[in-house]
Design a binder for this molecule. Structure first.
Ligand code: CUA
Length: 190
């Protein structure tokens, strides 16, 4: 029986065997590979978000969204304004318990800067079925350069738990077709 007072017999103080040294070496080399991949992924990885992130007071962002809606509103869907901004412009969407506002009507093949922010708590912007996901944080304005290349209706769901109405937090982005664009999928450009 071993106790803390009588240490177990062992060989831990002897030098490591050949196989153990080999495995430690392999593990160390692999650690270095993964370590090098972190900056490489950051610089080369296509999954990195484009655009800028800046600070904004939720109140100011809310006012900016209201101005945007007032300027380009073309309709309403279930109480949510539908907004059709001109190609190339800055477009705004805001997450708030528990809705996304407004519904955006974009043109296929046109580029926009999509601004995202939240007014209350963290939300998750999930564009379905394009599978583009961003964490939306109050106090931060996410300016994302986007070029929607495929026409259709996209759902914006919330993928960050934000309270009792989380599962009902659905928004929409409509991409209207342009005949000249052959590419398929969303392009997130630098
Ligand atoms: Cu917003 Cu979950």
């Amino acid at each position: 029986m071993h106790t803390a007072i009588v240490p177990p017999k062992g060989v831990w103080w002897k030098p490591a065997g050949k196989q153990e040294r080999m495995w430690v070496t392999i593990a160390f080399v692999w650690c270095m590979v993964l370590f090098a991949m972190m900056p490489l992924w950051h610089l080369k990885g296509g999954q990195n978000p484009s655009g800028i992130r800046g600070r904004v007071e939720p109140k100011d962002y809310s006012e900016r969204v209201q101005r945007f809606i007032a300027e380009y509103q073309v309709g309403e869907e279930a109480g949510i304004p539908v907004v059709a901004p001109p190609p190339g412009s800055d477009v705004y969407m805001v997450g708030q318990m528990w809705s996304w506002k407004p519904v955006l009507k974009l043109q296929q093949g046109a580029s926009y800067v999509l601004h995202l922010s939240a007014l209350d708590v963290n939300h998750g912007f999930g564009l379905i079925p394009a599978n583009i996901n961003f964490q939306i944080v109050p106090g931060y304005d996410y300016g994302l350069k986007i070029t929607p290349n495929e026409a259709g209706e996209y759902k914006v769901l919330c993928n960050e738990f934000c309270g009792i109405g989380h599962h009902r937090m659905l928004g929409k982005i409509i991409v209207e077709p342009a005949a000249s664009v052959a590419d398929v999928g969303w392009e997130v450009s630098k």
